[in-house]
Design a protein around this ligand. Structure first.
Ligand code: BES
Ligand code: MN
Ligand code: MN
Length: 476
């Protein structure tokens, strides 16, 4: 999608004169390998934070701070001189996922390249492109008008891809100085076919590891085979007991807090312009698979999951080695919906795994991370302003979608800061986030800058009254 509708002539002129410089600084940010999961990249995460802070200073944001969290820093900045206008808290993340398998990249992940109307590199879409477009929108407004139409607070995080371990504590500690009328999270994308979308649902997450231990070292499978439990076999049996062939999760109590879609919601999901054949073709699979009784979009957006994310045990080399492995391990995660609580789901999961464990091995289950699901309001004035801004700049009304992915801070904004959230994202739907050859559509990026400019103007026009406690609460 390459449509760009003018915002106002000064801003268009400012942006047009800086197209090359903009692409260059976008690439600069992408070149910093800020992989939050890998300790050896901690200095790079800090470098990315400092790069962003310097940019914020340069464009005229205030109270710019690289805030310590105990982990990777948070970048904070604000501009609060739009007296009487609403205040918006904008969230993006500057950290990225690891790049392996490296050999599948057509160009090095941290050397971004432009191919046609795409830019390729780790983080170009998730989430540096979106962070960068917010910087450029703010810069354009401040440079041309000398002021912003709304009050802005930026919170740019560096641990989103590692379960945001330190974010909630920081947000809670700074709750008072983060007061706003609503939050905008730019870390989602467009719908199938690159149709503008506002995400209204995100799934939560419970991430766990199962460790099955037998003997201290591997055993000769001839001398001992048949007389002891095999940790790998035991783990396979445990995993097989987690789900049935219809895709139903067998953990007792797992579905207790899952709310079924209403008929009306199901109808709206069914009306989305989704091409299931193209989806299947793009994946190159022989068939789709999921929980019986639900459509693909329902399975992705409104149903919980349980998936093995990693599995290892025994001999991994070429040829054969005859052993009973000493141990076996699995990483398992559940995507959660409705009122499912990560800790409660973990307890139920753990109890079920232990009940499935055969007596001849030791089984440990621990939780590695989690986040709550969230549903954001469609009829909130901020959501509607975002919809108008998308329609005005992309030339097409957005669709409202439930996404399968997770952004744990969304629930934190709602619960800790009491902020309604708008998920306004610009990634193309098949952007290969977390995978080799991640790409961003430069048309979405460019037009996204205009959408943000337009959105702040729309919000300013509504005025503070539209977001007064009563108004916002009744729309939620
Ligand atoms: N940007 C994604 C979240 C997302 C994924 C939104 C798909 C819309 C569609 C985010 O960076 C992400 O990858 N989140 C993790 C969270 C996890 C580490 C707790 C995820 O969903 O796996
Ligand atoms: Mn992201
Ligand atoms: Mn991600």
């Amino acid at each position: 999608m390459t449509m760009t509708t003018a915002t106002d002539p000064q801003i268009e002129e400012f942006l047009a004169a800086r197209a090359d410089e903009r692409l260059e600084t976008y690439k600069e940010l992408v070149r910093i390998p800020s992989i939050s999961a890998l300790p050896e990249h901690a200095p790079d995460c800090r470098r990315a934070a400092e790069w962003i802070a310097a940019d914020l200073e340069r464009i005229g944001m205030e109270h710019v701070e690289v805030a310590e969290t105990g982990g990777h820093p948070i970048v904070y900045a604000d501009w609060l001189h739009a007296e009487g206008a609403p205040t918006v808290l904008v969230y993006c993340h500057y950290d990225v996922q690891p790049v392996d398998p490296l050999e599948l990249w057509t160009s090095p992940p941290f050397e971004p390249v432009v191919v046609g109307d795409r830019i390729l590199g780790r983080g170009v879409a998730d989430d540096k492109g979106q962070l960068h477009l917010h910087l450029r929108a703010t810069e354009a407004i401040l440079a041309t008008r000398g002021r912003l139409p709304v009050n802005l607070r930026f919170v740019f995080e560096g641990e989103e891809e590692s379960s945001s371990v330190h974010l909630d504590a920081w947000l809670t500690a700074h709750r008072d100085r983060l007061a706003a009328d609503f939050a905008v999270i730019s870390d989602t994308g467009f719908f199938d076919g690159n149709i503008p979308a506002i995400t209204i649902g995100l799934r939560g997450m419970m991430y766990a590891q199962i460790d099955v231990t037998g003997t201290e070292v591997d055993l000769h499978s001839g001398s001992y085979g048949g007389t002891v439990e095999n940790p790998a076999n035991a783990l396979a049996r445990i995993i097989a007991g987690l789900k049935d062939a219809d895709g139903r999760i067998l953990v007792p109590g797992f579905y207790d807090d899952v709310i079924e879609l209403t008929e009306d919601e199901r109808r709206r999901v069914a009306e989305l312009p989704f091409d299931e054949d193209a989806y299947l073709a793009r994946l190159g699979l022989p068939a789709l698979h999921g929980e019986a009784g639900y459509s693909t979009l329902e399975r992705r957006g409104a149903r919980p999951t349980l998936d093995v994310n990693g599995l290892w045990s025994g001999f991994q080399g070429e040829g054969s080695k005859t052993i009973i492995p000493a141990h076996a391990h699995a990483k398992v995660s559940c995507r959660l919906v409705s009122a499912q609580d990560p800790k409660r789901i973990f307890e139920a999961f753990r109890a079920h795994v232990l009940a499935l464990a055969p007596p001849g091995v030791r089984v440990d289950v621990r939780m590695l991370g989690g986040g709550r699901p969230s549903l954001t309001p469609t009829d909130h004035p901020a959501t509607q302003a975002a919809a108008r801004a998308l329609a005005a700049t992309f030339g097409r009304e957005p669709v409202y979608i439930r996404e399968g992915g997770s952004i744990p801070v969304c629930a934190t904004f709602e619960e800790v800061l009491d902020l309604p959230v708008v998920l306004l994202g610009f990634d193309p739907p098949d952007q290969r986030a977390h995978a080799p050859n991640e790409w961003m559509d430069l048309g979405n990026y460019e037009t996204g800058i205009r959408t943000v400019v337009r959105m702040w103007d729309e919000v300013a026009e509504l005025g503070s009254a539209a977001f007064a406690d009563g108004a916002a609460a009744s729309a939620r």
